[in-house]
Ligand binder design. Sequence first.
Ligand code: ADP
Length: 169
Amino acid sequence: MAGFLDARPRVGYFYTGKDSNQLIKEEVNRKIVKDYKAPPIIIKESSSVYDAICTLFLEDVGTLFVLNGKGHLAGVVSRKDLLRAALGKQNLEDMPVSIIMTRMPNIITCMPDDSLLDAAKKLIDYQIDSLPVVRPTVEAGKTAYEVVGRVTKTTITRGFVELGNEIHV
Ligand code: ADP
């Protein structure tokens, strides 16, 4: 069960040659985004900054994914983006999120079959809190992305805690 031994018919048990580091690495890489992702919280590009702030509170999240008219990923708006907009003097109900969001093609994403470890590395490397989980599709002859989930620091923490409870080597 720990992975140190394996069994083969007519051979019996044998030592796999794997040390505990290798076994832990295999266990970590077995954790896949699609098994851990949370539902995405999305808003339309035409929504106001005011509506985005309300959605952030109602849904209890830190980041919203913004979709274009075709329902594909257009941008990301975070807590700090919204705070920055709220510091200005403009009317938040008249300001569309599309003018304050980080927009495509600068969005860092991951795919359902990526490892949770690779997603976690992106969060660290790009110093962001959340990644949209996407599936590529085609829009007007160009690649566009459907948003099918989200990976956040909480998602990674959940995977880490599970790992700690699973490993017995
Ligand atoms: P916060 O702004 O609440 O600290 P983040 O650290 O995630 O949250 O966001 C920092 C900046 O990075 C924001 O301007 C946000 O729009 C942008 N951002 C957040 N997530 C992504 C992402 N997946 N890809 C590209 N930019 C992102």
